[in-house]
Design a protein around this ligand. Structure first.
Ligand SMILES: NC(=O)c1ccc[n+]([C@@H]2O[C@H](COP(=O)([O-])OP(=O)(O)OC[C@H]3O[C@@H](n4cnc5c(N)ncnc54)[C@H](OP(=O)(O)O)[C@@H]3O)[C@@H](O)[C@H]2O)c1
Length: 259
């Protein structure tokens, strides 16, 4: 059911074609927001999935457009935001969800891996924030970043965690810098979620299979937190990162199997 806060507002979700991003898009559409569903690949499965998310949203009564843009490309991000303005004339919520990274130890990262890591997962988010800011500042709005436990815990095959930590720090800086313009900035740090990227992580760390099902978070649960942070109560968490991991990080010293 639409809620008064989101009805008629516009949300842009990076990486909204699948996984957590698609769940966030669905949740915000259900709340009454129009959508810009970003994804990277202009053709194929990704484009089809993004169009599917948009069709679902439209069937629920909101307008939605899928926009292919690689967030690591500044010009592509500028074009995406220009498209959002042409389509809807405003932007109220920016969800920084897209991520793409190699799953391998630091010492094995090639130069192209490092560039992918930084250009997509740090610079890409900064490009999105910079391009969205003039629109968000018109009437105020929310920026929500999707982080992961790698921002604070060691994982040998997850250099993306360092980018997540940098972004959590950026969230604090942006909250201070843009708060006076009526923009709330916060993050959700999700535990393990069974999406396509988790399938890749599981290939390099098969021991994750031993974790009991109850320790996994669903994409819909992460989406619920994003909805909350982007909504009227989200300002209470200005600059903060909420951990949503079903207690996984509480039990790091316990054996993986058995409970
Ligand atoms: N899965 C987990 O266990 C987990 C846990 C905590 C946090 N997270 C975080 O949650 C977010 C979503 O994760 P997920 O597991 O749902 O990911 P996913 O299933 O791998 O989906 C990634 C999404 O990001 C898009 N994307 C990737 N690179 C992009 C780029 N350069 N420009 C634009 N879009 C791009 C993809 O578009 P295409 O379809 O076109 O490739 C896709 O829509 C990420 O930030 C991830 O780090 C995930």
């Amino acid at each position: 059911m639409p809620d008064a806060h989101f009805r008629g507002k516009v949300a842009l979700i990076t990486g909204g074609s699948r996984g957590i991003g698609a769940a966030v898009a669905r949740r915000l559409a259900r709340a009454g927001a129009h959508l810009v569903v970003n994804h990277r690949e202009a053709k194929g499965r990704s484009a089809e999935l993004a169009e599917g998310v948009c069709r679902e949203a439209a069937a629920g009564g909101v307008r939605a457009v899928a926009v292919a843009a690689d967030i690591s490309q500044k010009e592509a991000v500028a074009s995406m935001l220009a498209r959002a303005e042409r389509e809807f004339g405003r932007l109220d919520v920016l969800v920084l969800n897209a991520a793409r990274a190699p799953f391998k130890p630091w010492e094995k990262l090639l130069e192209r891996d490092l560039r992918l890591l930084v250009e997509t997962n740090f610079l890409g988010n900064v490009f999105c924030m910079q391009a969205a800011l003039p629109l968000l500042a018109r009437q105020g709005g929310a920026v929500v970043f999707v982080s992961s436990l790698g921002s604070r815990f060691f994982n040998p095959d997850y250099p993306l965690g360092a980018m997540k930590a940098a972004m959590e720090a950026a969230v604090k800086h942006w909250a201070e810098s843009f708060g006076e313009r009526g923009i709330t900035v916060s993050a959700v740090c999700a535990g393990l979620v069974k999406t396509d990227s988790f399938k890749t992580l599981r290939m390099v760390q098969p021991e994750l299979e031993k974790l009991p099902e109850r320790l996994f978070v669903t994409p819909e649960e992460v989406a619920e937190v994003v909805w909350f942070l982007a909504g009227p109560a989200g300002g209470v968490f200005q600059g903060q990162t909420l951990v949503a991991d079903r207690g996984l990080s509480n039990r790091l010293l316990r054996p993986l199997e058995g409970s």
